[in-house]
Design a protein around this ligand. Structure first.
Ligand code: SAH
Length: 353
């Protein structure tokens, strides 16, 4: 599929055509990653952040927000919960906090590995190679770092702290891959200032980066951010601006699956926020094969508000409900760690070489 065809699909409004695209993606998903839906327990362990990304509710400039950092024991406790619920992976996410004690995180990872054996994914922003290595040696298996948009001009506008633009992100992703992490990345859909052309380039970039995991979700406004305060200033004219809609999100899931057949693609929380009723089901039927249930203790949830209206349910309730919902669409919760098939292929061929 070339750039021009991707743009045509992104602009497609005919429901019959869209259904064809979704069916195509569902077939590719079935053939390549099968029926299992991997569940990853998400622990938002701190909302401390040093960066000022102008779309994100926990950015450093939001001084109204109460900040928190979970203790090592609290984090390990969450991992045990994930293990008890039968999940294969725990995802440790936080703001990009320059004051984070890197050894504290390494200790938490070690303890999780020792007590649960779960796969550990980190989503903590950009760090130096030595630090990525330290965490990997502690036991971290995977790393999520979205590039957010491949359009350098837009990337710089969104990330005032970045001096080298999106290329720097790609360098980090390359570094992580070279170290042997399973690497995930992705973008937001409908970012103010995002054109159809740039979203098509994002999709092609997923393929070029040969990602193990592709996390995408709609952009959702947060009042206490630079974009949220004056969104009109950032939007393109109606013809060019990608809408941050549910429908657009499914198209991107489907296209990502077709372009990267073996990647793990989560049905994301931002999408579920737009459609709590059956967003997950629809996403799982147009290419997605992963869900990341939030297992952060309830008392911290309200402070990890990346955007408005983020869905929030108690982890046991959510777990019971989501397993029923998975069964209802004739799929099954994943068994084991649910590593990316691309990753396994890559590491196997490297071992032969
Ligand atoms: N600090 C880490 C984790 C960030 S939160 C990092 O920088 O990698 C995870 C993702 O949430 C971000 O990568 C971004 O794509 C998404 N996000 C942030 N603000 C958002 C918003 N307003 N709407 C939708 N998604 C958002």
């Amino acid at each position: 599929m070339n750039r021009c065809q991707i743009i045509t699909w992104l602009k497609q409004n005919d429901p019959i055509e869209i259904e064809k695209l979704e069916k195509w993606a569902d077939d590719v998903r079935k053939q390549n990653v099968g029926e299992q839906i991997h569940l990853r327990g998400l622990v938002e362990f701190s909302n401390n952040c040093s960066r000022r990304c102008i779309y994100c509710g926990i950015n450093a400039a939001n001084i109204a927000l109460q900040r928190y950092q979970m203790s090592r024991d609290e984090i390990v406790e969450c991992a045990k919960t994930a293990c008890d619920l039968g999940y294969g992976t725990v995802v440790l996410q936080s703001g990009e906090n320059r004051k984070l004690d890197i050894n504290f995180l390494a200790d938490a990872i070690k303890e999780i590995k020792k007590t649960t054996g779960l796969a550990v994914t980190l989503s903590v922003g950009e760090w130096d190679r030595d630090i990525y290595k330290l965490w990997q040696q502690a036991g971290a298996d995977r790393f999520l770092l979205r590039f957010e948009t491949s359009n350098d001009e837009l990337y710089r506008r969104l990330h005032p702290d970045s001096s080298k633009g999106v290329e720097e992100r790609y360098e980090h992703l390359k570094m992580l891959k070279e170290l042997g992490y399973e690497v995930g990345s992705g973008v937001m859909i409908g970012l103010p200032g995002q054109s159809y052309e740039s979203l098509a380039d994002d999709l092609l970039k997923f393929r070029q980066l040969d990602l193990d995991m592709i996390g995408t979700g709609p952009y959702i406004k947060h009042e206490n951010t630079e974009i949220g305060r004056n969104i009109k200033k950032f939007l393109l004219d109606e013809e060019n601006q990608v809408p941050a809609s549910e429908g657009m999100t499914y198209k991107v899931f489907a296209l990502a699956r077709i372009l990267c057949p073996k990647a793990n693609i989560p049905a994301t929380t931002a999408l579920a926020t737009l459609n709590p009723e059956n967003g997950y089901e629809k996403a799982l039927e147009c290419g997605c094969n992963v869900i990341m249930p939030n297992i952060t203790p309830m008392k911290y949830r309200q402070f990890y508000n990346l955007y408005q209206g983020k869905t929030c349910s108690e982890h046991l309730d959510f777990d019971m409900a989501i397993k029923k919902r998975i069964e209802k669409i004739s799929r099954m919760p994943g068994v084991g760690k649910g590593a990316s098939l691309r990753f396994l292929e890559r590491t196997e061929s490297e071992a032969i070489l």
